[in-house]
Design a protein around this ligand. Structure first.
Ligand code: CTP
Length: 393
């Protein structure tokens, strides 16, 4: 979002108050934001609020004295890198579908060539009305991005579909589409993530400290690069990344099955998961009662990546290695042993890298011992570099 020019259009829905948070987040993320409100929207939230937060005067009226020599609606329309209409009422959606330009916002929407993102929010019956749905499909057909409203308790007191999604969700969605590339267009990429859970009995399991954040960031960036992206994930609290198909698994055995079933048609596998090396030899059917000491017998899990390496055809294989010492030496060994095209190695003993933090410091290791070390950066930036490296491969 940094440096992006975003026009946020606010129309007259009760969810207009959530647009305040959206503008604030966009501003904090480094975007330059200008707000345009319909006259009725100003009855819900004062333009003063948006003005203070965006640090720009809010446009409402079409025929005010212009501030400079530019025709104002055209000036906005050409300045914008994107228009985000949140909330978008049924009325504004209809105006957009039929080219009605009777106020500042609808006129700008006709005058801009920037991508337009519409976030409908209204009563669930209104949203389900065939007119609204037809108008939305007209807009989709013209390449307008439409974000489905959330379901839940609406301001009108009924449960249903029509809530404006969380400002962060709106922002992530806009960011995803503005950053889209065709680097991996037409390719299928499998990404694994999270720490597998190996059952002990019906209520207990063994796992590790992986949060899944790195794998989820890689899946998001693969989808943003145009790949059909299948995320095979151990259980986490993380939301499904935009544009990604997610399969939840628990154990290493389940993860292997899920990956194997998609492997033949895949162009790449990125194994960011922390696969448990062992599982319990015999999982108890009932909860094990407390004892003075307890000995669990563990047996070795299959090495998923090594088995993919053994039967690889067109697929590019990228592994991860979390180490606490001799990162490069162990990494080189894993590239050879698992027949990889690239390994992302990181030292998890560093406080700003590895498990459960948002940053990572990694080294790419290639066959032939070629090495590329990256500085500490966000996991999203690391993910972007991995996807770029995969496209190069
Ligand atoms: N991996 C896998 N199946 C396993 C263990 C690991 O597919 N049973 C994958 C991981 O997802 C990762 C890579 O292999 O991409 C390296 O994992 P890592 O745990 O660093 O290496 P191991 O091979 O398990 O070796 P060690 O634990 O001895 O370092």
């Amino acid at each position: 979002m940094k440096g992006k020019h975003i026009v946020v259009g606010v129309t007259a829905g009760i969810a207009a108050y959530k647009a305040v948070e959206l503008v604030s987040r966009l501003y904090k993320a480094g975007a330059e934001v200008k707000v345009v409100m319909t006259r009725n929207a100003t009855k819900f939230v004062s333009p003063l609020v948006f003005g203070e937060i965006s640090k720009h005067k809010v446009a409402v009226e079409m025929f005010e004295n212009v501030q400079d020599w530019n025709v104002e609606h055209i000036a906005y329309a050409t300045w914008a890198d994107a228009y985000v209409i949140a909330p978008a009422t049924a009325n504004m959606i209809a105006k957009m579908a039929y080219g009605i330009a009777d106020d500042m916002l609808s006129t700008q929407l006709l005058a801009t060539t920037a991508p337009v993102f519409v976030c409908p929010a209204m009563n669930s019956n209104m949203y389900a009305h065939p007119t609204v749905q037809e108008n939305l499909s007209i807009l989709r057909g013209r390449g307008v991005h439409v974000l489905e409203p959330d379901s839940g308790l609406l301001a009108c007191g009924v449960e249903g579909k029509g809530r404006l999604p969380d400002p962060q969700k709106i922002m992530d969605w806009v960011d995803f589409h503005l950053g889209k590339t065709e680097l991996l267009q037409g390719k299928t990429v499998i990404v694994s993530a999270g720490g597998t859970q190996e059952a002990i009995d019906p209520v207990r399991y063994i796992t590790n400290r992986s949060s899944g954040k790195m794998g989820y960031a890689v899946a998001l960036k693969a989808a943003q690069a145009g790949a059909k992206t299948i995320l095979v994930s151990a259980p986490t609290d993380l939301a499904v990344p935009i544009g990604v198909e997610r399969i939840i698994v628990c154990s290493a055995t389940e993860m292997k099955e899920a990956i194997d079933s998609h492997y033949d048609s895949a162009d790449a596998v990125i194994m960011a998961a922390a696969v448990a090396d062992y599982r319990v030899a015999e999982v108890a059917n009932n909860k094990i009662k407390k004892q003075e000491t307890m000995i669990l017998e563990l047996v070795k899990n299959p090495d998923i990546l090594a088995s993919l390496g053994e039967r690889k055809q067109q697929q590019k294989l990228i592994g991860f290695a979390a180490e606490t010492q001799d990162v490069i030496a162990y990494g080189k060994e894993k590239v050879r042993k698992k027949n990889l095209d690239m390994l992302v190695a990181n030292d998890v003993s560093k406080s700003n890298a590895g498990f459960d933090v948002d940053t990572n410091e990694v080294t790419f290791i290639y066959p032939g011992d070629q090495i590329v070390s990256l500085p500490n950066m966000s996991k999203l930036d690391v993910a972007e570099r991995i996807i770029q490296a995969l496209a190069d491969l």
